[in-house]
Design a protein around this ligand. Structure first.
Ligand SMILES: NC(=O)c1ccc[n+]([C@@H]2O[C@H](COP(=O)([O-])OP(=O)(O)OC[C@H]3O[C@@H](n4cnc5c(N)ncnc54)[C@H](O)[C@@H]3O)[C@@H](O)[C@H]2O)c1
Ligand SMILES: [Zn+2]
Ligand SMILES: [Zn+2]
Length: 389
C-alpha cells in the first residue's frame, strides 16, 4: 500500500510499504478515509523526538472503515465507520483500569528508551517513533489497530467523516487539558496556542463552565478562527505583553487555569528565543519552553497549569520558584481519549463541539510532503492538512 514515510529530519516521502495484517486476535484493520497532520508530527519531522527510522510511516489521527477483524474483536464489525484514538490502550492493565489510557503498561513494545528518559514508559501510539512502540502510522491506506475493542469507536450518524477525524486526538486532548487542568464553572481560562489542540481546549473549557476563555497566539488567521468558531477571546502575543494583558483582563488576579497547547518548538521574541534556539540546536536543552514559562508566571496564585504541548526532555530556566511560591498545580499528559470519546462523540453529534473548520487543507496522500510543508510553515492559513488516502 501507499504511505507517507519519515525519511530523515524535515524529509517526508510517499513510499510503497507492506499492507498491515492481523497479528493478534484483538487486532482489526481499518481502511483510512481521513487522516490529519498534528502539531505532534511536526516535532518528529523536526527531529526532536528520538528513535525515528527512515521508512517509518507517520500519522496518528485517523478515521475510516473496518475491513477485517481478529477473532477476539467483539465490539466492531466489518463495514463499521470508526474513529481510532491515537494512543493504544490494552484495556486491562492498572493504568487502563484507572482511565489513564495513554500510560498503558502493555502497549509500548519498546519501553527501554523512554524508561531511560523518563523513569517509566508511556503507552504506545501510532506512527510516533520506536521509543513509543514503533507502530505503523495512519498516513497510509490501511492501519492495524491493536486492542480494537478499546481504541476504536463507532462514529454516530450525525457526525460526518471529516469532523470525526479530529475525535482521534485533537478533541479528546483539548478536553483532557480542561478537565484534568481542573476547570470549574465561573473560571477564567487562558490557552496558549490557537492550533487544533488549543482551540479544542478552549471549547472544552467553555463547555465545562468557564466564564472567560482567552486564547493566545500570533497568527491572525488562527486567532480569527478561534473567535468565530470557538467563541473565545483572543490575545496576540506579537502585539502585547501577555502577562500584563491577562492581569488587566482578569481584574488583576490572573487566570485560574492556564493550558499550554504549544509544545517543544514554541516561538517567542528577543533574547529568550535566541537562548532556547541555540541551546536546543546544541542539544543542551531538548525543548523550547517559553509558553509554559509564561503560563506559570501569568497564572493566578493557587491556580493550575496544564501542559498539553508535547515535551521530550529537559528544559532551561524553568520558573520553579514561581510554581512553588504561588502554590500552583502543574500537570501534563498525553491524551486519554478512550476515557472521553463516548461523551465527546455525543457532544459532537449534538453540535456542541464542531471541528471541520480545522481541516483547512484536504488533499491526497501523494501530496503529503506539500501538506506538511504548508502546515509546518503555517502558510496559506493552514491549521491542519488532512489526507484522503
Ligand atoms: N497531550 C497530547 O496528547 C497531545 C495531543 C496532540 C497534540 N499535542 C501537542 O499539542 C501541541 C499543539 O498541537 P497543534 O496540533 O495545535 O499544533 P500547531 O502547531 O498547529 O499549533 C501550535 C500553535 O502554537 C502557537 N505558538 C507558538 N509559540 C507560541 C507562544 N509562545 N505563545 C502562544 N502560542 C504560540 C503557534 O503559532 C501555533 O498556532 C503540540 O505540541 C502537540 O505535539 C499533544
Ligand atoms: Zn496528534
Ligand atoms: Zn493498558
Amino acid at each position: 500500500m501507499k504511505a507517507l514515510c519519515w525519511q530523515g529530519v524535515n524529509k517526508l516521502g510517499v513510499e510503497r510499504v507492506p499492507d498491515p495484517r492481523i497479528q493478534n486476535a484483538h487486532d482489526m484493520i481499518v481502511k483510512v478515509r481521513y487522516t490529519t497532520s498534528c502539531g505532534s508530527d511536526l516535532h518528529l519531522l523536526g527531529g526532536y523526538i528520538p528513535a525515528m527510522e527512515a521508512g517509518d510511516v507517520i500519522g496518528h489521527e485517523f478515521m475510516g472503515e473496518v475491513v477485517e477483524i481478529g477473532p477476539q474483536v467483539t465490539r466492531h464489525q466489518v463495514g463499521d465507520r470508526v474513529v481510532v484514538v491515537s494512543f493504544i490502550g490494552c484495556g486491562t492493565c492498572w493504568y487502563c483500569d484507572n482511565d489513564l489510557w495513554s500510560l498503558c503498561d502493555n502497549t509500548n513494545t519498546n519501553p527501554g528508551i523512554t524508561q531511560a528518559l523518563w523513569g517509566y514508559e508511556p503507552g504506545g501510539i501510532f506512527g510516533y517513533s520506536h521509543a513509543m512502540g514503533g507502530f505503523m502510522g495512519s498516513h497510509a491506506e490501511y492501519v492495524r489497530v491493536p486492542f480494537a475493542d478499546h481504541g476504536a469507536f463507532t462514529v454516530p450518524e450525525q457526525v460526518d467523516d471529516l469532523s470525526a477525524v479530529f475525535a482521534s486526538d485533537g478533541v479528546p486532548t483539548g478536553w483532557m487539558g480542561a478537565h484534568l487542568g481542573g476547570v470549574e464553572p465561573g473560571d477564567t481560562v487562558a490557552v496558549w496556542g490557537a492550533g487544533g489542540v488549543g482551540q479544542m481546549a478552549a471549547r472544552a473549557a467553555t463547555l465545562l463552565g468557564a466564564e472567560q476563555v482567552i486564547v493566545i497566539d500570533r497568527l491572525p488567521e488562527r486567532l480569527a478562527m478561534t473567535a468565530t468558531h470557538i467563541g473565545a477571546e483572543t490575545l496576540d502575543y506579537s502585539r502585547t505583553d501577555v502577562g500584563a494583558e491577562l492581569r488587566e483582563r482578569t481584574g488583576g488576579r490572573g487566570p485560574d487555569v492556564c493550558i499550554e497547547a504549544v509544545g517543544q518548538e514554541a516561538h517567542t521574541y528577543g533574547p529568550e528565543y535566541l537562548y532556547d534556539k541555540v541551546k536546543q540546536q546544541l542539544r543542551l536543552e531538548n525543548d523550547r519552553p517559553p509558553a509554559i514559562r509564561e503560563a506559570i508566571m501569568a497564572c493566578r496564585k493557587g491556580g493550575s497549569v496544564f501542559s498539553l504541548g508535547v515535551f521530550a526532555g529537559l528544559v532551561d530556566k524553568f520558573p520553579l520558584g514561581a510554581l512553588m511560591n504561588k502554590g500552583l498545580t502543574l500537570r501534563g499528559a498525553q491524551q486519554h481519549g478512550q476515557r472521553y470519546l463516548p461523551m465527546l462523540l455525543d457532544r459532537m453529534a449534538r453540535g456542541e463541539i464542531t471541528t471541520s473548520h480545522l481541516a483547512t487543507h484536504i488533499m491526497s496522500l501523494d501530496e503529503g510532503p506539500r501538506g506538511y510543508d504548508i502546515f509546518k510553515n503555517k502558510q496559506d492559513g493552514c491549521v491542519r492538512s488532512v489526507f484522503q488516502p
